[in-house]
Design a protein around this ligand. Structure first.
Ligand code: GLY
Ligand code: MN
Ligand code: MN
Length: 542
């Protein structure tokens, strides 16, 4: 065959096969299998893990919110559709036909009509070929299955929130799968404790009565997170008790509850998946790095394009356009673009201010690329030049961030960057006369600095010491809302700088460094031309 003919055939094949036209760089089936194996080795013998897909959420009438898979379920399976369940056994099982297996993925049944309306389903064959499951079955077979859950010593599940919608469109929706599971496994929430309750009970059991004042304080803090604890009478009585003999009596009662009998465990999966997910594999790092670089490049394009007449929403659109240009289909969390005082609202997502004027603009956005989400914040002056006051606060935050990043060292406590940054912010604000004493409890800096990112923007982890291949944010901030008890000239300044740091043997690597960070670099970037300078649309109000 001559070269020309070959070229023609090659062109024909590639243009009609469609292979090159849909993304192929998702996590590999080997990755997911490897993660299931890593979880399985942590499971005791004769145990089973049951993990459900996320439910579909209704937005309005016959329109649902865009489906997003439960990250733990995705991590273990790679399945991106709803109405699935993974059953993972610690030991080999054998079916009636003598076939052995140690995991089953139940998936949505192929359905011509449903697929015409809502897109292609992977089905059982796809789950086998594309996701690499030896045993894949339709979800309705889970509802009717005879897996004898009661025979396992331990059943590991994630805590149910009972917020599955039963649309009755299909008899094998995740709602039905959960109901079927609960029945098969004789699930009774009264038989076990929530992870938080379990921790508190253990603390009560192991703390001497002389030190019980500390425990009462911890219960108080836990209540702020989980007000449902209020319904636990013994716990509330313990918190308020002043009499030692009453405390002792309650301590014994609570210790007994810790030993309640059930084979269902709602803490094992979340704890062990946190341990797996907090350290990223090479494959994950590739996708996460891409998500981060896309987000940093979004910041660069906005720096060039920003003008005081623009709106917050318009800036959001520029960031998100860059994401989509790179094929990042979603944002990892609702985009935050806040000018001036709006920047002082930590998770401001209205983005509704129509004119930036000469304010500082806080932009906290992250592209989600193939499931992995970045989390990058830059705060820049709409007119391209920091004022004296803006610069003074900015440099404190910058120095706090630099000091924190330097502590992203293998073996260091993950709490250290936050502590270092708080000290610099306290000293800086005191020097400017914004706080009266360095011992004030950080009124203008109400959050911490460091969380894992990955499949979740706040990825699970143990938050112990830094380990190689963790990716953790470093995000100090200072927020001085209007009406604060300091000189008015500081009001409306809200600054956060957030970068995504990879922990390596050679020290911290800033994966979002493509977005300028110093005052000088930012001003230089903002002085550049943007392709959007000439992008003018018709005025609809004239
Ligand atoms: N974007 C949410 C956060 O910074 O944690
Ligand atoms: Mn963050
Ligand atoms: Mn953020």
């Amino acid at each position: 065959m001559n070269n020309f003919k070959f070229l023609l055939i090659a062109l024909f094949v590639t243009s009609f096969s469609g292979f090159s036209q849909t993304p192929t760089d998702f996590l590999s089936k080997d990755f997911h299998k490897n993660r299931r194996d890593a979880l399985r080795v942590k499971m005791p013998t004769n145990s089973v893990a049951v993990v459900f897909a996320n439910p579909v959420r209704n937005r309005a009438n016959d329109v649902d919110y865009v489906f997003h898979q439960d990250p733990n379920f995705y991590y273990l399976t790679g399945y991106r559709e709803p109405n699935g369940v993974l059953v993972l056994f610690s030991d080999e099982q054998t079916n009636e036909k003598g076939v052995s297996y140690n995991e089953i993925l139940y998936v949505q049944k192929r359905d011509k009509r449903a697929e015409q309306w809502n897109g292609k389903r992977l089905g059982v064959e796809g789950a086998k070929n594309e996701l690499g499951f030896k045993v894949a079955l339709n979800a309705d077979e889970f509802v009717n299955s005879n897996i004898n859950f009661k025979n396992f010593d331990r059943i590991f599940i994630e805590e149910f929130h009972d917020d599955y919608r039963n649309s009755a469109r299909d008899k094998a929706e995740v709602y039905d799968l959960v109901v079927a599971f609960k029945e098969k496994a004789a699930y009774n929430p009264k038989n076990f404790l929530s992870p938080m309750k379990k921790q508190i009970y253990e603390l009560i059991k192991t703390t001497s009565i002389e030190n019980s004042a500390n425990v009462a304080q911890i219960i108080g803090r836990a209540l702020a997170y989980d007000p449902s604890l209020k319904s636990d009478e013994d716990l509330m009585k313990f918190k308020e008790a002043t009499d030692d003999s009453l405390k002792k009596e309650l301590q014994q009662k609570i210790a007994l509850k810790l030993d309640a009998k059930t084979n269902i465990d709602i803490t094992f999966l979340s704890a062990n998946l946190a341990t797996l997910r907090e350290v990223k594999t090479t494959e994950e790092l590739k996708l996460l790095t891409k998500a981060i670089r896309i987000s940093a490049i979004g910041q660069v394009e906005v720096m060039k394009a920003m003008k005081p007449h623009m709106s917050e929403m318009e800036l959001q659109g520029i960031h998100e356009f860059v994401y989509k240009k790179y094929g990042a289909a979603y944002e990892g969390y609702p985009s935050i673009v806040g000018a001036g005082n709006n920047g002082c609202i930590l998770h401001y997502i209205e983005n509704s201010k129509t004119k930036l004027d000469n304010e500082l603009v806080l932009m906290d956005l992250g592209a989600e690329y193939r499931g992995y989400t970045a989390d990058v914040t830059r705060t820049i002056p709409a007119n391209g030049k920091f004022s004296k006051e803006q610069k003074a606060i900015y440099e404190i935050v910058y120095n706090a961030q630099e000091a924190g990043i330097a502590a992203y060292i293998i073996g260091e406590s993950m709490a250290k960057p936050n502590v270092l940054s708080k000290k610099i912010v306290d000293e800086g604000l005191f020097k400017l006369g914004i706080i009266k004493s360095v011992d004030e409890k950080h009124p203008y800096y109400p959050h911490g600095t460091s969380h894992h990112i990955g499949l979740d923007v706040h990825d699970p982890g143990n938050y112990d010491n830094f380990e190689e291949n963790m990716v953790v944010t470093m995000e100090p901030g200072i927020y001085i809302p209007e009406g604060s008890t300091c000189d008015k000239k500081w009001w409306g300044i809200g600054i956060r700088i957030e970068d995504d740091i990879l922990v390596t043997k050679n020290g911290p690597v800033n994966l979002s460094s493509e977005a300028p960070r110093t005052v000088k670099e930012i001003e230089k970037m903002m002085a550049k031309k943007s392709v959007l300078d000439d992008f003018v649309l018709p005025n609809l109000d004239k």
